[in-house]
Design a protein around this ligand. Structure first.
Ligand SMILES: [Zn+2]
Length: 294
């Protein structure tokens, strides 16, 4: 796997879109979707009003089919940690080497002169029903990502241990968000990512709007459009955390409902709300979240 999957540059400097796949090495659906997007662009006759670049995230973890090797590459994006890595280049664990490479590459691309800049980080989850956007910026009628019709979680980073890439790059000049395509390993997640990316290309104006967008999720599911996190259950190594079976993201839960078990016994919901990103894999330190509609 190469760091740059592919890149296409047109004549105008309207829009820059950076697509990132597999910052979690076991979530390969984003990379497949990026490859399909470039295939489609290469097979058609599209004028590119700017630049599109697809970047692979955690190369060593992708090879190993693991979320990460030494630490989570999507929880370490703070100025302090980056400076530490930059000043200690010969003594870095795997994810810190990846971090330094990504940092230099993304900064170089973002320094180019474009009127609108997007960083879109593609993920998949271990639970079913995981189609949503993690969107740290302000959401209003000008927000193109909202037009995908997916639930948007506004404040997830406030609850995570560590800082994500999308949060690090989110600024006045850069619209940065995570796009969760569905379940790890499912062909449907690749389809949803590919269709969602295509819609974003058209909505941003980097290619012309030539077709009506397809729905990414079934409106009958009646999912809320804007949500915020109100609780996180963190998991430590050795907790033996185990979710009860069958929870889907956004499923309503009652206060006191049994959610999971670990070495300390039963874990019940401290608040009423909707369950979000229940952990159904061994790796990861977020057991589950509770979200509520805004
Ligand atoms: Zn992920």
């Amino acid at each position: 796997m190469k760091r740059i999957i592919e890149s296409k540059t047109g004549l105008s400097n309207e829009v820059l879109i950076i697509l990132i796949g597999s910052i979690h090495g076991n979530e390969k659906e984003g990379i497949r979707a990026i490859e399909r997007t470039f295939q489609r662009l290469n097979n058609g006759n599209f004028e590119i009003n700017g630049k599109i670049i697809g970047i692979a995230g955690n190369l060593k973890a992708i090879e190993a089919h693991k979320r990460f090797l030494d630490h989570d590459l999507n929880r370490c994006w703070t100025d302090e940690h980056i400076q530490q890595c930059l000043s200690n280049p010969n003594d870095l664990v795997n994810e810190d080497k990846e971090l330094v490479e990504l940092y230099h590459l993304i900064n170089e691309v973002l320094s180019e002169d474009y009127k609108q800049k997007f960083v879109i980080d593609l993920h998949t989850t271990s639970a079913d029903n995981g189609n949503f956007l993690v969107y740290p910026g302000k959401v209003d009628e000008t927000t193109i990502a909202e037009k995908l019709g997916l639930p948007m979680i506004t404040n997830l980073d406030d609850y995570l241990q560590g800082t994500t890439l999308l949060k690090y790059y989110s600024s006045e000049e850069v619209v940065s968000f995570a796009f969760e395509g569905g379940q790890i390993g499912s062909p449907k997640a690749i389809d949803i990512h590919t269709e969602g990316i295509w819609q974003l290309l058209q909505l941003s104006g980097i290619i012309a709007q030539t077709e009506a967008p397809k729905l990414l999720i079934d409106p009958k599911e009646n999912l809320p459009s804007l949500l915020r996190v109100i609780h996180r259950h963190g998991v430590k190594v050795g907790d033996a955390f185990k979710m009860k079976g069958g929870f889907k993201s956004f499923q309503p839960i009652a206060k006191g409902e049994l959610i999971a078990e670990d070495n300390n016994g039963e874990i019940t919901a401290p608040k009423e709300g909707r369950i979000f990103m229940p952990l159904y894999q061994a790796a990861g330190d977020d057991g589950f979240f509770i979200v509520e509609e805004i």
